[in-house]
Design a protein around this ligand. Structure first.
Ligand code: AMP
Ligand code: TRP
Length: 333
């Protein structure tokens, strides 16, 4: 039987955090044997907000290297750079002609971003979810691992697929969200009621996958706790709760085990031990990442092969779409 298809992507808009790892990438690595997975670095999505060309290039290669360093195997998965497969933007045009202004203006991410970018309210921000729908639909995707914040965009992809299938006949698989139960949110180290985000202005709020040992120690030491002085797991102690959750996820110890291990001990001890756990967990990822960045030829081979594989699948869907819409097939002479 054919494996089910998974598609997901992340924007090369900075470095990945421990939150991205525990909330997304670590989960992707667990899917690679059971599913036929496509993981893209979505560079075309990133340019909907202003980018500096040289940084975008570095971030794109950097994110690809981080995918691999986290354990995504380029033999088992199709790992590619979105702009290398032009079918994404071609399908987007077709879907643009079938998307309503009304439904796009209801997207909460568009509303947020348009408030923040009032002076640069480009049309790309508005049609961003249509490009995302194209990413997903080109591969006849069954499941899309995404965070809660992307569910509305996935809903749009489902609506567009259904609309197209209804108008022309069955063409696209209708994708489902895939949100694993055990994956919670990693919170900010500075304001533990907010999620850990790489776009936080305060760099002490997040841990990057590629932070070195001293940086990790410093950030954990400075993480916000409370003045109760008791290590227990509850919502009133949001800072400690978050530290315990990170500890538990990285060490395979349950929260209960940790709470009893640290009974009667101070926050300083917990922070010191947690730093070690994080440092040791991220060490292999960081080392592999630095190694990969020194091996540009290998990275090039990975994304060249990835684009070839993705292109074949994507073209097949796009050909069907063009035909159904009534576009004349190009002849080569
Ligand atoms: P973003 O960095 O917001 O583009 O998110 C990329 C992926 O990482 C999405 O699937 C998010 O749900 C996930 N993610 C980002 N931040 C966190 C976090 N603090 N905790 C858990 N998952 C996260
Ligand atoms: N919009 C997603 C985000 O910001 C990234 C993304 C683009 C994506 N295309 C996708 C995620 C297709 C899943 C599937 O996180």
């Amino acid at each position: 039987m054919d494996k089910k298809v998974i598609f997901s992507g992340a924007q090369p808009s900075g470095k990945m955090t421990l939150g991205n790892y525990l909330g997304a990438i670590q989960n992707w690595t667990k899917l690679q044997d059971e599913y036929d997975c496509f993981y893209s670095v979505v560079d075309l999505h990133a340019i909907t907000v202003p980018q500096v060309a040289k940084d975008l290039r570095a971030n794109t290669i950097g994110l690809l290297a981080q995918y691999l360093a986290c354990g995504l195997d380029p033999e088992k998965n199709t790992i590619f750079i979105q702009s290398h497969v032009s079918a994404h933007t071609e399908l987007m045009w077709i879907l643009n002609t079938m998307s309503y202004m009304g439904e796009l203006s209801r997207m909460t991410q568009f509303k947020d971003k348009s408030q923040k970018n009032e002076l640069n309210l480009n049309a790309g921000l508005f049609t961003y979810p249509v490009l995302m729908a194209s990413d997903i639909l080109l591969y006849q995707t069954d499941l899309v691992p995404v965070g809660q914040d992307q569910k509305q965009h996935l809903e749009l992809a489902r609506d567009l697929a259904t609309r197209f299938n209804y108008k022309y006949s069955d063409t696209f698989k209708i994708p489902e969200p895939y949100i694993p139960k055990e994956v919670g949110r990693v919170m900010s180290l500075q304001e533990p009621i907010k999620k850990m985000s790489k776009s936080d202005e305060n760099e002490n709020a997040y841990i990057l996958l590629i932070d070195d040992a001293d940086t990790i120690k410093r950030k954990i030491k400075r993480s916000v706790t409370d003045s109760l002085g008791v290590i227990s797991y509850n919502d009133e102690q949001a800072g400690i709760k978050n530290l315990l959750e990170i500890y538990s996820k990285l060490s395979n110890k349950t929260i209960e085990e940790l709470v009893s291990m640290y009974e009667g001990k101070g926050y300083g001890v917990l922070k010191e031990d947690l730093s070690e756990v994080i440092i040791e967990s991220l060490r292999p990822i960081r080392e592999k990442y630095l190694d990969l960045l020194n091996n540009k030829d290998y990275l090039e081979t990975v994304y060249a092969n990835g684009a070839n594989r993705a292109e074949k699948v994507a073209r097949k869907t796009l050909r069907k779409v063009y035909k159904k819409v009534g576009l004349i097939e190009r002849k080569f002479i």
